[in-house]
Design a protein around this ligand. Sequence first.
Ligand code: NCD
Length: 310
Amino acid sequence: MQHLLGLYRASERDIALILQEAAVLKPALLSSPPQSFSFLNGKTVVLAFFENSTRTRTSFELAVRRLGGGTLNFSAATSSLQKGETLLDTIANIEAMQVDAFVIRHGQSGAAEIVAKHTRKAVINAGDGMHEHPTQALLDMFTLHETFGRLSGLRILILGDILHSRVARSNIFGLRKMRASVSVCAPPTLLPVGIEHFGVKVFADISQALEQCDAAIVLRLQLEREAAGFIPTLREYNTFFALTDEALSKVSHKIFVLHPGPVNREIELSSVVTDRDDTSGKSESLILRQVTNGVAVRMAVLKVLFHDRA
Ligand code: NCD
């Protein structure tokens, strides 16, 4: 693998390799003090975030450090982009300082791919517009595999604002490649046109959708991408599409709950369901476990990329 731009084009072999590497690396991360490695000794990874982030940026930063590399944080808000410099000029100038890889988050779909075409360095897509967010889907798949011992045959529901979600797209491509069956549930206005061609089952009713899944990946209503304009009111959305104890009360089995964060509490997910992580309840939240696993998965991605480019 030369870059990680999305899971649409990733092979089943690449995905399986990253998940296996992450499983090997995770115990080292949890040991006290965390064990570090030297795979990235002398390497510098640029964290170029043109959009806000808490989890993804800090997770990549830790992943690079635990592998012995250094990070260079580039903040768009205080850069010369504000003076009109183009994205490609900005990247070319940072590349000229002899860095080794770029982790890019950008509001425009396709931004990571354009950068990859114009640099000799490795590029990892950390979220491009409404297109893909491959490391999020990989950490979701890792967490599901850790919980169920397999991905093949699992029934995964993606619930919420699918239209604006790069996480949904990457998960649909990745989970299907690993032979899970994927369904989606959302108001019709929050589903992309042609969703049926993605090979997913579409539900309009949350009770039916939940009854037929083993785990639900709940998505944030992307209010900064004008999602509120696609629904009558937030209250109505919450009544019909939020994952709450009321919705779970109609389901005959336990549901595992994932969410990429940040959670809009009491909009797409109730606080009770967000925080209930005991194993005996009607639902079990894996949300913070996803965050822990994110570091191991990003270490695995970096390790595989640098190995393949050596
Ligand atoms: C997601 C993102 O930014 O795409 N969050 C994340 O990376 N953890 C999803 C979101 O913002 O809703």
